[in-house]
Design a protein around this ligand. Structure first.
Ligand SMILES: Nc1ncnc2c1ncn2[C@@H]1O[C@H](COP(=O)(O)OP(=O)(O)OP(=O)(O)O)[C@@H](O)[C@H]1O
Length: 571
């Protein structure tokens, strides 16, 4: 039984051999030696082909065998900390593990064996009725799939993450549903689960490739009191989908890997009371920022499969869980990542993070320093205005400035296109010369010279950039369409004025020229962004090919593979 004040617990849960494994005659390689220890019996082969057994011992806060029910697991791990949510704590429970290891079974459960969601909900409603009648429960359910957030309770709407001035992370548009009883909560959950993403990979047809995040928030009036969050993580082995020929699957796998590594670092930071929590390391950790700071209780349940064919993945899962709680080694993985990032910047000529993204900035508007990984929402973006709009705020935020004295409207045309603001808006920005992107061949050659760890970190970094750029490109596209519509309105206003008797044709020519130049520039900017994105996609393919070539070479020469820790950190 867990101490209710314990900040972090790492638990291992072993599932029983399933019927397929039994039919294949698989042996069970996992044995629980004590309430805290588990041993993996790995069969190995010597160079002279004689077989031998290597035992791997692991110790955790708790180890639960295949005989344990969901309810017993809940009583021992999550129940002791659930009530803390009513006193302001953020209670978070992760289910980690290989595909098919029992994450969903643990979280959602089955008809006769309700999982942690339902068991916790029962207790939350019980506590509310008995002790906290003024507190209301709200539920949200979303998934993070390939770096994007989808609202599972709202037709998989894409959601954007933003940080406000106080550095609180908000998920814009996420729906929270009020729940008054367990039945309603479970109906909402079933609805959300039906919308969850599964995909097809080389390894398993039904593998879960998304992180599902269920949040039950406790609020008194409109004020947040505490919350309980369950995260059913994507299959941990998905991070190793690097052999796949499909770029999207590769990208998807790398994103999963990145998020799991970032998660590990964040939990370690929480446990070590570090001042800095690297929650920006992935979308998953960014949206969970709140759960890594302040009054938190975190449970990580590592689910493991017992069959011999799962040995490697099981060892990787246990090593991962071990490092989450194994606290005194100090983080070693980030140095390689930093080196990789430097190398990436050098080889690919990339500025760090998102700075490479071309953003269309109208003249007169300063480019903002913006660390927000989500792009601007089109509606908030500065637009070409049709109406005169003298009383608008003149802050940098909407791209306007006060009119200079010499910029008085020259035309009698009523449309806003003659306003000082419009004139400034319509002035095309100066194109910035950019060096040509290195070719995929060049990247491939350079990558061949990197050591495997650096190559991995560089590749991951590039994927992170690509995922961000993809989102930004799509948003820039939307914004361009909005701006184009506005530009058409301006042109229509011009036409209607020029048709009037006594109109100023010179003025018409001048204004039309500006609008057309602006449209040209918008398209040029978008195409530049598109090319940049496309270059990075090709570069990523080259790096994946280089990695696979290097790995095959290692396999051919039967070189000693890096230890499991390193492999886990790599992909
Ligand atoms: N502790 C357990 N006892 C009995 N059956 C289990 C247990 N854990 C898992 N199972 C069974 O194993 C199968 C796979 O479990 P589950 O779907 O929960 O895996 P998963 O880790 O969520 O996989 P994925 O990542 O693909 O979603 C299911 O049929 C489930 O019923």
């Amino acid at each position: 039984m867990v101490d209710r004040d314990q900040k972090i617990q790492v638990i291992v849960r072993k599932r029983p051999l399933n019927s397929k494994e039994k039919a294949r005659g698989e042996i069970d390689i996992l044995s629980q030696r004590s309430p805290q220890t588990i041993v993996v019996t790995e069969e190995k082969v010597k160079v002279d082909l004689t077989k031998y057994i290597e035992e791997h011992h692991f110790t955790f806060d708790g180890v639960f065998s295949e005989d344990i029910t969901n309810e017993q697991l809940y009583r021992a791990t999550v129940q002791p900390i659930v009530q803390a949510a009513f006193q302001g704590a953020k209670v978070t429970c992760f289910a980690y593990g290989q595909t098919g290891s029992g994450k969903t079974y643990t979280m959602m459960g089955e008809a006769q064996t309700p999982g942690l969601y339902l068991l916790a909900a029962n207790d939350l409603f019980y506590y509310r009725e008995q002790l906290y009648p003024n507190i209301k429960l709200w539920v949200s359910f979303y998934e993070i799939y390939c770096g994007k957030l989808h609202d599972l309770l709202n037709e998989r709407q894409i959601l954007h993450v933003r940080e406000d001035a106080k550095q609180n992370v908000n998920i814009v548009g996420l729906q929270y549903k009020p729940v008054e009883d367990v039945q309603t909560l479970m109906q909402i959950l079933s609805f959300g689960l039906a919308a969850r993403t599964t995909g097809t990979t080389g390894a398993n047809e039904d593998s879960s490739r998304s992180h599902g995040v269920l949040e039950i928030s406790l609020r008194e009036k409109r004020k947040a009191v505490g919350k309980v969050t369950f995260i059913d993580l994507a299959g941990s082995e998905r991070g190793a989908d690097t052999q796949n020929s499909d770029g999207k699957t590769r990208m998807d796998g790398a994103e999963i890997n990145k998020s799991l590594l970032a998660l590990k670092e964040c939990i370690r930071a929480l446990d070590q009371d570090k001042k800095h929590t690297p929650f920006r390391g992935s979308k998953l950790t960014l949206v969970l920022k709140d759960s890594f700071v302040g009054n938190c209780r975190t449970v990580m349940i590592a689910n493991v499969s017992p069959g011999i064919t799962s040995c490697e993945h099981t060892l990787n899962s246990l090593r991962y869980a071990d490092r989450v709680k194994e606290l005194k080694k100090g983080g070693g993985g980030s140095a390689a990542a930093t080196r990789g990032a430097d190398q990436l910047a050098n080889i690919l000529m990339l500025p760090r993070q998102n700075a490479n993204v071309v953003r269309y900035v109208k003249s007169g508007e300063e480019e903002e320093e913006d660390e927000d990984i989500s792009p601007r929402v089109a509606n908030n973006a500065p637009k070409i205005t049709v109406k005169e709009d003298s009383d608008r705020p003149t802050s940098k935020g909407n791209g306007t400035k006060p009119a200079a004295p010499h910029e008085k409207p020259r035309s009698r045309i009523g449309g806003g296109f003659t306003s000082p603001k419009t004139q400034r808006n319509l002035a095309p920005p100066q194109p910035q010369p950019q060096p040509p992107a290195p070719t995929a061949n060049h990247i491939f050659e350079e990558a061949q010279n990197m050591d495997l760890e650096e190559l991995t970190a560089t590749h991951e970094n590039l994927i992170g950039i690509i995922l961000t750029e993809e989102e930004q490109l799509i948003n820039a596209h939307r914004k361009t369409i909005d701006d184009m519509v506005d530009a058409i309105k301006v042109q229509m206003a011009l036409l209607s004025e020029v048709d009037k008797p006594g109109s100023d044709v010179d003025q018409y020519v001048c204004e039309l020229d500006k609008v057309l130049a602006m449209k040209e520039e918008m398209i040029r900017g978008l195409r530049k962004q598109l090319k940049n994105f496309n270059d990075h996609l090709r570069q990523e393919e080259a790096m994946a090919a280089a990695f696979n070539a290097r790995k095959s070479a290692m396999d051919v020469f039967d070189l000693e593979a890096p230890d499991g820790d390193l492999l886990q950190d790599m992909w």
